[in-house]
Ligand binder design. Structure first.
Ligand code: BGC
Length: 712
């Protein structure tokens, strides 16, 4: 690509088109200059390539391999897993002609109720950074780009489009920015996606300190910064702050602002040019023809099970596991047949294959005995999509009431009960002392049933370790009083998140960070310092092959780790050279700005706030009708994974509606809901009928997109 020639030949209208997306997941092609469109797709633990070149919601996507989600893969403490998964996903991207994968998501798990925790790795920045970097390396090694998301401090969902994360510089630097810093410096991602929320009163999409000073100047990032879908507020402020690409685009208003800004000088041409150069470089590096070689779907299905088995965490075992082939089992719990293997929202994959625990048990001829006639009871439970989804935070840390009742009933029988858990985040386990074993599969991907079978019957040995603390009860979590309750999300606990808090304050937990059992036993020596390295010898002292993790903590923080796999009697010495400790002293000061009033409603108000007035309720209900219709048609579909996905999609839609704002809706919906409609919504809600109508009928005049010109 001759960058200089293109930069000279691009008109300002073409530049304004180039820095914005189109058709939900593409960049704008400039046919006259032979600049092709670049195609993107979610992400992060598989590919959600929409069918057709337009936005059709989260449910209609091409079949692809649904791998374990980040909550699971982090528990393997083995970056080889995310690397291999990244390579496999990239092969599927190449096959479908996708040039950049929207993931991994590497935000810190600040609070266990965050609705997107299933998509994130850990409460620890080093673990999240290492696992994320390996995924980036895996994907990019196959010539597909990534978008590391959501930059930054995107740790809750209830106020996802307007929330304001208020944190001190020290908290940001020592915790929340760390995984991004690690990945940018070690894995050189093609792009970074900025988050929806504000950080200390400035939206991430216009946050110069984050997007330019820290990301580019300090860390040396030289790729593209794109917005999350609908995260743009003031496009000119965004370009000036370092936001290159607006997604999903097709918003006439943003192009209008750019053209006006260039004309009246409020947007310096250099700022627009910088964004164009970054985008052109990205297109040059990553746009390639689709790969005609078919994907080996069976191999990817097998890989998904191998990774899932390496991730599962054995939380408790009084000896009942592994099961013996001769054990008479009673099998209960809805998730046996209806395994929850992925989360709801933009990461929802249309699985190419699906093996539930029931499928795996049936394939091995395992019979389900009556309760009276059994030795052991297996219960398959956990969080379902109603309880955990992108778009909203969980209400509490409990398992569904019905499951708690069923578990109690089964315990009353007096036989050993094994709980096989699914779900993206920790739950309270009030019955923990009474069950014989707990195997936590997290969200294990499309072949999780096979992995569960192999682990339960001892064909494989669990070796996962928790990448997050499991508190005894939600009230023990440092941010429990305020989390997810208002626009201002004040990070007053500072860096005391997860184990950093529980350990410092001696708070008892259900299962600590780094915890996980095995069917074998290991002996570990104390760490010894040898030069600038630390060494530990691990010996498998039991009678089975198994995996164990060397976890090095310095000053109460994870400073390095390595997973090893050992045969009985085998020993190995792990050597870790920790990353140099960041000794910079950052400010601990918190600047708390007042929250905006709920009335009058503005285009930035939460959609539920419209309901405060009579007119607002009418508008709110009209929009919700569309969502209800989607729900109804999903309900009518024949049973199967497609229906499951459609129901999940409808739920997701319903949930994100409430956390939307008229502005974010318009920034997401392109020509279907232009910016003037968002303004109209606000005016009508506030009772300004004529102003509202005027907004609806005013048209945003903007030149045709290059592709429209060509079609015309
Ligand atoms: C999500 C992103 C996702 C994007 C595209 C957004 O709503 O926050 O994680 O990549 O949609 O689907």
């Amino acid at each position: 690509m001759d960058m200089e020639r293109l930069m000279q030949e691009l008109s300002v209208e073409e530049k304004a088109a180039l820095v914005s997306g189109t058709d939900a997941f593409y960049t704008n092609a400039i046919p006259g200059l032979s600049i092709p469109a670049l195609s993107m797709a979610d992400g992060p633990h598989g590919l959600r390539k929409q069918i057709g070149n337009f936005d059709n919601g989260v449910t209609e996507s091409e079949p692809a391999t649904s791998f374990p989600t980040a909550a699971a893969t982090a528990s393997s403490w083995n970056p080889e897993n995310t690397k291999k998964m990244g390579e496999a996903i990239a092969e599927e991207c190449r096959y479908y002609g996708v040039h950049t994968l929207l993931g991994p998501g590497v935000n810190i798990k600040r609070n266990p109720l965050c609705g997107r925790n299933f998509e994130y790795f850990s409460e620890d920045p080093l673990l999240a950074g290492v696992m994320g970097a390996a995924e980036v390396e895996g994907v990019q090694s196959k010539g597909v780009g990534v978008s590391v998301k959501h930059f930054a401090l995107n740790n809750s969902e209830n106020y996802r489009f307007m929330g304001n994360s208020i944190a001190s510089e020290n908290t940001m630097r020592k915790l929340y920015l760390k995984p991004f810093e690690y990945i940018v410096k070690h894995a050189h991602p093609a792009t970074v996606m900025c988050a929806y929320n504000q950080v200390n009163g400035t939206f991430c999409s216009e946050h110069k300190q984050l997007l330019t000073d820290v990301l580019r100047k300090e860390w040396g990032f030289d790729g593209v910064v794109m917005s999350d879908w609908g995260a743009v507020h003031d496009r000119v402020a965004g370009l000036k702050a370092g936001l290159d690409l607006e997604m999903p685009g097709d918003t006439a208003i943003c192009r209008r602002w750019i053209l006006d800004g260039i004309k009246d000088g409020t947007l310096p041409t250099e700022d627009l040019d910088k964004a164009c150069r970054n985008i052109l470089n990205w297109i040059d590096n990553y746009v390639k023809p689709a790969d005609p070689v078919p994907v080996d779907w069976d191999a990817h299905h097998t890989l998904a099970a191998e990774i899932a088995a390496d991730c599962a965490v054995l939380l408790k075992n009084d000896g009942v596991l592994p099961l013996k082939g001769t054990d008479k089992l009673h099998i209960a719990g809805e998730l046996f047949e209806n395994m929850r293997y992925q989360g709801a929202g933009s990461s929802m994959i249309h699985p190419a294959r699906l093996t539930t625990p029931k499928d795996a048990f049936d394939a091995h001829g395992v019979r389900n005995h009556s309760v009276e006639d059994c030795d052991t009871i297996l219960y398959f439970g956990g969080l379902t999509d109603e309880y955990e989804s992108e778009g909203c935070d969980r209400e509490n840390m409990k398992l569904p009431e019905k499951q708690l009742e069923e578990i109690d009933m089964l315990l009353a029988i007096g036989k050993p009960v094994v709980l096989v858990l699914f779900g993206g985040s920790p739950v309270e386990l009030p019955f923990c002392d009474k069950v014989g074993a707990i195997l936590n599969m997290y969200l294990p991907g499309q072949n999780g049933g096979k992995a569960a079978y192999e682990l339960l019957f001892g064909e494989k040995n669990p070796s996962g370790k928790l990448a997050e603390t499991w508190p005894l009860k939600y009230e023990d979590v440092p941010s429990h009083e305020t989390f997810g309750k208002s626009v201002n999300e004040v990070y007053s606990e500072g860096t005391e998140v997860g184990y950093r808090y529980y350990q410092k304050h001696n708070i008892p937990v259900r299962f600590p960070f780094g915890f996980g059992l095995s069917y074998t036993t290991f002996a570990k020596t104390e760490w010894t310092k040898v030069g600038d390295a630390y060494e530990q010898t691990i010996t498998n002292t039991g009678d089975r092959f198994g995996g164990e993790v060397a976890e090095l903590f310095i000053d109460g923080e994870l400073a390095g780790f390595q997973k090893v796999y050992l045969h009985p009697g085998e020993s190995t010495t792990v050597r870790i050279v920790p990353e140099p400790k960041d000794e910079t002293v950052w400010s601990d000061e918190l600047t708390i700005t007042p929250e905006p009033p709920r009335l009058p409603v503005t285009i930035e108000s939460r959609f539920t706030d419209l309901k405060q007035t009579f007119m607002g309720r009418i508008l709110y209900n009209a929009v919700m009708l569309v969502v209800k219709k989607q729900m109804k048609s999903a309900d009518k579909m024949p049973d199967g994974p497609e229906k499951d996905n459609a129901v999940k999609g409808a739920f997701f839609m319903k949930r994100i509606m409430d956390s939307n704002s008229p502005r974010s809706m318009s920034m997401c919906a392109g020509s279907q809901m232009p910016y003037n409609f968002a303004q109209g919504f606000a005016e009508l809600t506030n009772g300004h009928l004529f102003k509202g109508i005027r907004c609806f009928i005013k048209k945003i005049n903007v030149p045709k997109l290059p592709k429209e010109e060509q079609n015309a």
